[in-house]
Design a protein around this ligand. Sequence first.
Ligand code: SAH
Length: 363
Amino acid sequence: MDKRIHLTGLTQAELTALVSEMNEPSYRAGQIFAAVHGRRLRSFDEMTDLPKDFRARLAERASVSTLKVESRYLSEDGTRRYLLKTEDNLPVEAVFIPEERRDTICFSSQSGCPLQCDFCLTARLGLLRTLTAGEIVEQIIIALNDAYGEGVRTPHGTNLVAMGAGEPFLAFEPLMKALRIMADPKGLYIVPNRVTVSTAGVVPRIRELATVADRPHLAISLAAPTDELRDVLMPINKKWPLEELMAACKEFERSLKAGERFTFEYVMLDNVNDSDEQARQLANLLNRHNLRAKVNLIPHNPAEPLPYRPSSPERVESFKAILESKGVQAYVRRPRGRDIYAACGQLAARRTANTLTANPSPV
Ligand code: SAH
């Protein structure tokens, strides 16, 4: 593997240390940071404000782009999926989701995933490797450049969700570093308040996040209202069962500012977790722990060979009505990019129809 330093994963302070080691004035660090994150340049050749010989010396020991765009897929609803490859040839996927108000980029924290959620296609890959901070940031740079053009300012700002492949709380350090780098006003300037991190329920990290001041929003994947069912659907539940998870959620909720809330995600599986009785159990679970979080209901995104089907729209509505009748706010999420395997739980490096050219170009 390339042993060069990946500049995309360095903070401004780390870049300053690097340029001083190379006997260059410290303002060069600011120039590099602005080029990589502000103008989103992907090669040293384009950084014409840096002296040529310095660029050559930099290229010897550092790189700006490590992820290769292997293919891009365009959904009929406008969603774009990027199948990327790391330098060690592992798949990484990111998804660009155009929306009326603010577009959303969904990124991956790991190549594959070690958790074995039974309804998720990514689980079938197993864990290949946790991504670096630079690889996380680069996914967003690639998606922004493709959607808007290289370096072009995003029209209304962009939301990020760590809901791609992998368990973000098993990539905690690189994830938090990537968020710090992306928040820098001289760079992408996407602040934690615009980011949502979704976890399958890594309890110690939920408690840790509760102590972080400048932090992203939190979403917790539930999928079942009882330990019995959750043990089967999400085996991580055997390690951190519902009572422990709910206690950590309560602690997190206590750390929220007035008006802030966190989210539970509940994937709706036909005839598995979607009965009226299960809706009551879910509402009782949240009410018993005095949690005010809202619930996002996500109809299952089917994919061969997953043995599940999405709940019918009527079932979802009935489930939602029961939650609401017990004082739990619930929203139904509209699936995006299902036709190109870009929706939740469908990221598994699949090759599908609707390929765009591999070379990114603006919409
Ligand atoms: N590992 C993290 C983030 C990735 S999964 C987590 O578990 O939260 C992002 C969301 O997609 C989770 O809420 C998960 O439950 C949901 N999901 C997984 N597979 C799905 C599928 N096939 N259809 C719909 N949602 C799915």
